[in-house]
Every structure is written in structure tokens, then in C-alpha cells.
Design a protein around this ligand. Structure first.
Ligand code: AHG
Ligand code: MN
Ligand code: MN
Length: 366
């Protein structure tokens, strides 16, 4: 084992990367608080069934709460939410916080000073996977409120292009934190023995070419024709218009699917559908936006299928958004399929659903 003195810790990295930005040291301090929360969550998640509360199973007779999305909150969703709130609310760095697990923004307790940043997070992403020991994660986004006063709801509704930092942690075989402050995307691996995140993935680049896609294919019948076209062409492999074989991967933990794409390339999508929610499943403010910034900063692309995710003007704290992200060329191809569909020029591709699903015709959506 090398305990080299030359290793770059996450704290050192953010302090250095932000040293010339106005208010950069406050942002660095906030990111270090977020890191403390992530270390605590990593430790709890790693205990698995050894720790009473380290399961997300809701017992038959335990009280069930649901979040604003109508999803049952497990004990770990709630515990990790508390950890994020209380590691970050005390230091005079944030003006308020928004969490997947809380309908309303969290107000900073009156005894603490307010800072200028807004922190938005999904404390435990992929939490339905935890009981069978599949990787889960934490996703966060930082916006600049610009003043040290209590924010209104509208203050949070900034497009993702205005994020000043974003990141995720993946609690897998190793705990890895991937971070951007708008100057590239960097990965840090938690060294459990010394309790520090160490820079291990410098300037991550999403490969442009890929032969992997990630999508919940059980929803295929609910997608729009452009997405059906894309996946059917991938599935047709060498014998189809793409003239090469593709692989499909779906972990159902966005952090794990996105992390694979960071390293290996690929395209990830939770597209628009006509299942329960036209905008798919993922949440703009604390899932799509931070992942979009991280992917773009790594040279990839992130789209709704019809436009850049980071340009979306949010309408609500918990709004959902269609997501297509990863290797740039594939994302661009999926955008083109949407354009062709919207313009009615996507023939000669013949989807079996093309003419039957009138709901999907552009004129029917107006
Ligand atoms: P969360 O656990 O925070 O609710 O997020 C789960 C998300 C995301 O991680 C994953 O990509 C997607 O939901 C999986 O959805 P399906 O169960 O529909 O595959
Ligand atoms: Mn999530
Ligand atoms: Mn979650």
C-alpha cells in the first residue's frame, strides 16, 4: 500500500481549483461539508444488515411515509436525508436546501448563519436496490443564491447551466465521489483507512463512441417513436441500420449507470413516456441537472431529446424531466430522431407503433 505524500485529497483539490473564484473558498468549504455527509452515508450503507437501520425495507407493521413523488420512504432514505441536512446547515454556507425526500425547502435553523449557496440533493439514489446490495448513491447540485438571506421557492428555480458545482457519490465496491465546479469532472476514491477522498480519476472524459445503452426496456411500449426507433435499431445490431451489435445495461441506480458511462461510454435514458408521467421518472433539480453538468464537463451531452437539459427553465422544485445523456454522438442521434419525428420526416423507418399511437403525434401534443 502506498501512503504517498503526493496524493491529492478532495479538500486540497477544491480549495486549489476554486482559489481564484470570487467566494470560491466558501464553495470549497460547502463541498467539504457535503463530503463529510457522504463519508457518513458511505459508512452506514456499508454496514448493510449488521446495523438495524441500514436497511431500506419497510416492515409490514412499521409506519409508511411517502415522499412528494408518492414513493414509499425507507428508513435509509430518511436517515441519509437527515445526514445531508445536518452536515451542511450549521456552517453559514447555505441559504437553504431542497431534497427529494422533502416537499418544501429546508429552512436553515434560526441559530445558524445563512450562506449564499443553495444545496439540492437526492440523498439516496437507487434506494430500492439497497436490500440486495446493489450500488446506490447520493446526487447533489449547488446553486448560487447570491445573498445571505432566506430564499423563496422561486430562488431555487434556476436553470442547470447556473449550477456552480455538482456531484455524485457511488457506494459500490469502492466509494467514489465525482465532482465538478465547472472546470472539468474529477473522481475521488474514499480511502477508508485514512478517511479521505483521494483524486483517482483526473479530468474524466466520456468516450464519444459507444456500443452500450441503458434504458428500462420494460417501458418500451410507453415511449415515443423516436426512442423506440433508437432502441430497435440498437437491438437489430449488425443486421440493422447501425451495422454493429450493441449491449444493454440497466442497474436502476442512476449513479451506477452514469458512473459506468463516465468510465466506459454509453448512453443512458429515462425518456418521455405516456406511462404515469409524460416526463419520465427522473427529477430535474437534483438528478438530471447535476448529472447533466458532470457529463457535459466530461465532454458528453445531456438532453431531454428535444433540447439541452441545462437550458431548461425549472417550473417546480420536484418536476420531472426526460433524460438522454452520455456519449455525445449517440445523444445527438437521439435528438435527431426526435426532430425527424416532430417534423414528420422520420420515414422510411417504420415503427409498428408509428401511426397507431395518435397520442404521440406532434399535433396531438399541442
Ligand atoms: P430514487 O431511488 O432516488 O427514487 O431514484 C431511482 C431512479 C434512478 O436511480 C434510476 O435510474 C431509476 O429511478 C430506476 O427506475 P426504474 O425502477 O423505473 O427502472
Ligand atoms: Mn434518485
Ligand atoms: Mn432517492
Amino acid at each position: 500500500m502506498s501512503l504517498s505524500t503526493h496524493r491529492t485529497t478532495l479538500s486540497k483539490f477544491v480549495i486549489e481549483q476554486l482559489k481564484n473564484s470570487p467566494d470560491g473558498q466558501e464553495l470549497a468549504a460547502l463541498l467539504i461539508d457535503v463530503t463529510a455527509a457522504i463519508k457518513a452515508i458511505s459508512a452506514i450503507v456499508a454496514k448493510g444488515a449488521l446495523e438495524g437501520n441500514a436497511t431500506n425495507a419497510v416492515g409490514a407493521d412499521s409506519p409508511k411515509t411517502t415522499n412528494v413523488h408518492g414513493e414509499v420512504q425507507g428508513p435509509l432514505d430518511l436517515l441519509t436525508n437527515e445526514i445531508m441536512l445536518h452536515q451542511c446547515d450549521w456552517g453559514g454556507l447555505v441559504a437553504g436546501m431542497v431534497s427529494e425526500e422533502m416537499e418544501k425547502p429546508y429552512d436553515i435553523p434560526t441559530e445558524y448563519a445563512r450562506g449564499r449557496y443553495l444545496l439540492l440533493f437526492d440523498p439516496l439514489d437507487g434506494s430500492s436496490n439497497i436490500d440486495f446490495n446493489v450500488s446506490v448513491g447520493t446526487i447533489f447540485s449547488v446553486l448560487d443564491h447570491g445573498k445571505n438571506s432566506n430564499p423563496t421557492q422561486a430562488d431555487y428555480l434556476q436553470p442547470g447551466s447556473r449550477q456552480v458545482a455538482a456531484g455524485y457519490a457511488i457506494y459500490g465496491p469502492a466509494t467514489i465521489m465525482v465532482l465538478t465546479v465547472g472546470q472539468g469532472t474529477y473522481g475521488f476514491t474514499l480511502d477508508h483507512e485514512i478517511g479521505n477522498f483521494i483524486l483517482t480519476h483526473s479530468n474524466l472524459r466520456v468516450p464519444e463512441e459507444t456500443d452500450q445503452f441503458a434504458i428500462n426496456a420494460s417501458n418500451e411500449r410507453f415511449w415515443e417513436p423516436p426512442m423506440q426507433r433508437y432502441v430497435q435499431e440498437c437491438n437489430a445490431g449488425k443486421t440493422g441500420p447501425r451495422e454493429r451489435d450493441f449491449n444493454m445495461r440497466w442497474i436502476a441506480s442512476m449513479v451506477a449507470d452514469v458512473h459506468r458511462i463516465m468510465i466506459r461510454g454509453g448512453v443512458f435514458s429515462y425518456p418521455r413516456d405516456n406511462k404515469s408521467n409524460q416526463n419520465g421518472r427522473l427529477r430535474l433539480m437534483y438528478e438530471a441537472n447535476p448529472m447533466a453538468l458532470l457529463i457535459e464537463q466530461a465532454g458528453g451531452a445531456a438532453s431531454t431529446g428535444r433540447g439541452r437539459i441545462l437550458d431548461e427553465q425549472p417550473q417546480g422544485l420536484h418536476q420531472r424531466i426526460p433524460v438522454v445523456l452520455g456519449s455525445r454522438r449517440e445523444v445527438e442521434r437521439i435528438e435527431r430522431y426526435h426532430r425527424e419525428f416532430d417534423a414528420g420526416t422520420d420515414k422510411p423507418f417504420v415503427s409498428p407503433l408509428f401511426n397507431e399511437r395518435s397520442l404521440f403525434r406532434p399535433e396531438a401534443r399541442k
